[in-house]
Design a protein around this ligand. Structure first.
Ligand code: NAP
Length: 212
């Protein structure tokens, strides 16, 4: 599959490398595709990845991952041009730094996922790939156990495709309901961030699902 990844930082780079390893074609949409850090990422990934503008990347792909910092999300969406009919996997978290450290800027009555849907009119937005650290997106399996990744979105026809693509990374994928549940997933992400950065868990842990 052709996958556009808008933003090739920690998250975009980890996802692009993992999907390229699984045989997908990855096109990073960047403000400066010729930048040395982008070129060195492409070299590290090898043959299956390229970089261009956000509009070129979005035009080439049916699935688009949004992995920019939250303050850049609206501009990044606008820079993609016509995205009608595209599927967007929104990995952003609406983080802000306040007096008590990092927290969510919004969340009770609206989420980043819903705001992204508002900016990306005509596209189908799914909230996913936001609830664990980037290193876990490179390798989601812990001692043989898959960590969990949730997918929330309203487009029921496209959801199986999105879940399957996320599952290829190595996650156990759970349907977390409609896009408004991005409010829950962004809060869940905040729990991971707080545990990782402020409660001594570090980045090498993830959540998984147990059943009986
Ligand atoms: N880090 C994590 O473990 C983690 C986990 C889950 C979710 N998230 C969320 O994922 C998002 C990305 O996090 P990150 O850690 O990967 O950030 P990052 O390392 O800072 O990378 C951000 C990327 O976005 C690009 N970018 C910035 N503005 C852009 C624009 N207008 N158009 C296109 N690209 C643009 C940057 O490129 P330039 O070189 O042009 O600045 C950079 O490649 C954030 O919303 C974060 O909350 C992060």
């Amino acid at each position: 599959m052709n996958i556009a990844i808008i933003g090739a930082g920690n998250v975009g780079g980890a996802l692009g490398a993992n999907w390229a390893q699984k045989g997908h074609e990855v096109f990073f949409g960047m403000r400066d595709p010729k930048a040395e850090k982008v070129q060195s990422l492409l070299r590290a990934i090898g043959g299956k990845a390229r970089a261009g503008s956000a509009a070129e990347a979005a035009a080439s792909a049916g699935m688009i991952v949004l992995s920019t910092p939250w303050p850049a999300a609206e501009a990044a969406i606008r820079s993609m041009g016509n995205i009608k009919g595209k599927i967007i996997l929104d990995a952003t978290n609406p983080l802000a730094r306040g007096p008590d450290g990092i927290s969510l800027e919004i969340g009770h009555s609206i989420s980043a996922g819903e705001k992204v849907q508002g900016w990306a009119a005509g596209a189908s937005v799914f909230k996913t790939l936001n609830t664990t650290g980037f290193a876990n997106m490179a390798n989601p399996v812990f001692n043989g156990v898959k960590s969990v990744m949730f997918v929330a979105g309203d487009d029921a026809a496209s959801k199986p495709k999105v879940m399957s693509l996320v599952g290829e990374l190595g996650f156990e994928v759970i349907d977390a309901g409609p896009l408004r549940n991005a409010r829950l997933l962004e809060a869940h992400a905040m729990l991971w961030i707080d545990l990782a950065l402020a409660r001594g868990q570090g980045r090498e842990f993830a959540f998984s699902i147990l059943r009986r």
